[in-house]
Design a protein around this ligand. Structure first.
Ligand SMILES: [Zn+2]
Length: 111
């Protein structure tokens, strides 16, 4: 195990906990539940709701990336790119313990 990534499982579990807390702290109200004092308040609320939904969406995706990384730890493929199967740079794993792709594959997947 590379010393740069001392304990990826602990890092992943901590991050998982953080995301779950964030999801729990930001319950999304179902539309039509609120009554508004003004159009402006309604518009603000809609904006906030969309922002919260985007954040939630992001957190859900993040959570599945973390879960996938934990699964890779269990099956021994952690630290390897899921696309080209080359080792992911330790510095990248340290910054993003849930990274599934090496930097090259990440770049080409965004193209
Ligand atoms: Zn790759």
């Amino acid at each position: 195990m590379d010393p740069a990534v001392a304990d990826p499982r602990a890092a992943l579990l901590a991050e998982r906990e953080r995301v779950l807390t964030e999801l729990a702290e930001n319950p999304v109200e179902s539309p039509g539940q609120m009554t508004y004092g003004s159009q402006a308040a309604a518009a603000t609320h809609v904006f906030e709701q969309q922002r919260d939904l985007a954040l939630r969406d992001h957190n859900r995706q993040h959570l599945s990336a973390i879960d996938a990384a934990l699964a890779r730890l269990d099956d021994g493929t952690y630290g390897r790119c899921t696309a080209c199967h080359q080792p992911i740079a330790p510095g990248r794993l340290e910054a993003l313990p849930w990274a599934a792709l090496c930097i090259d594959c990440q770049r080409s997947s965004r193209r």
